[in-house]
Every structure is written in structure tokens, then in C-alpha cells.
Design a protein around this ligand. Structure first.
Ligand SMILES: Nc1nc2c(c(=O)[nH]1)N=C([C@H](O)[C@H](O)COP(=O)(O)OP(=O)(O)OP(=O)(O)O)CN2
Ligand SMILES: [Zn+2]
Length: 136
């Protein structure tokens, strides 16, 4: 039997969708209002899913909380995502953000227990990432 546990975290951050690979006009066309030079903010919700067990968790909630708070929330809360070093050459889309969160968390957690990361960006936008894995 396979159990998973999903825990919810939150941070608020600003960003602007923009890439230096496009001209200003192309950026406006591609990203619309999200390319506004002044940026805009979101109350991001991060859903972290880990493998769990029926009787005891693979990772205690308290430990998961500490890792996610230190690695993700403290890093991004009340920050401009475009200024984060990991976004120096990447657009701050939900897709890139959810993959970055996975990449930051996976090495901090016991091997193989991270199942999925989800990011709710707005009422209607949800992004999800799970790195491909080999046979378990
Ligand atoms: N492929 C992607 N496209 C877009 C992303 C993204 O992350 N990946 N992000 C944005 C904006 O940053 C933003 O998230 C869009 O938010 P918003 O304009 O609020 O969303 P809606 O248009 O659905 O909401 P309204 O209430 O209608 O304004 C854009 N594209
Ligand atoms: Zn946005």
C-alpha cells in the first residue's frame, strides 16, 4: 500500500514575466499584463507531497516543515523572484518556479521520498512537477 502526505506552505512574492531572448514588443505579446515593468505579486501556495507510511511517516511533519521553511519560504517570502540567482536566466513562470522548488527540496529530503510539488499562483493557476524517477 502506498501512502502520501501533502503539506501546504505559503509565501508572498513579486515577479515579472520577461525574457531577454525576446524584444520588448515580443515580451509584451507573449506575457501581456504580466510583462508590466513594475511587476506584480502573488500569494503563492506550495503543496509538497512526500511518500508516507501507514503507522509512521517517512519524514516527520516537523522535519518537513523545517526543511521547507528554511529552503523555500525564507528564500522567497516578500522577495522579487526575478532577483533570485536561479532566475537570472530563467523566466519566473509557475512552471519554472515549481521545478526550482523541487530541485531545492529534493536533496534536503531523504532519498526518493519527494513525490510531487505543486504551486498555486492565482485562483485559477496551478503548476505541478515531479521529476522522472527510475524503478523503485
Ligand atoms: N505558461 C504560463 N503562462 C503564464 C504564467 C505562467 O506562470 N506560465 N503566468 C502568468 C502571470 O504571471 C500570472 O500568473 C497570470 O495571473 P493572472 O493574470 O492574474 O491570471 P488570470 O489572467 O487567470 O487572472 P485574471 O483574474 O483573469 O486577471 C501569465 N501566463
Ligand atoms: Zn504573475
Amino acid at each position: 500500500m502506498q501512502f502520501t502526505m501533502t503539506r501546504r506552505y505559503r509565501f508572498c512574492a513579486a515577479h515579472r514575466l520577461h525574457t531577454d531572448h525576446l524584444t520588448p514588443e515580443e515580451n509584451r505579446t507573449a506575457f501581456g499584463k504580466c510583462n508590466n515593468p513594475n511587476g506584480h505579486g502573488h500569494n503563492y501556495v506550495v503543496l509538497v507531497t512526500v511518500r508516507s507510511g501507514a503507522n509512521e511517516g517517512a519524514v516527520a511533519l516537523e522535519r518537513l516543515d523545517r526543511i521547507v521553511e528554511e529552503t523555500i519560504v525564507e528564500r522567497f517570502d516578500h522577495q522579487d523572484l526575478n532577483q533570485d540567482s536561479e532566475f537570472a536566466a530563467l523566466t519566473t513562470t509557475g512552471e519554472n518556479l515549481v521545478k526550482l522548488i523541487w530541485n531545492l527540496l529534493a536533496p534536503k529530503l531523504p532519498a526518493g521520498i519527494l513525490e510531487k510539488v505543486g504551486v498555486i499562483e492565482t485562483r485559477d493557476n496551478y503548476f505541478e512537477y515531479a521529476a522522472p524517477t527510475g524503478p523503485r
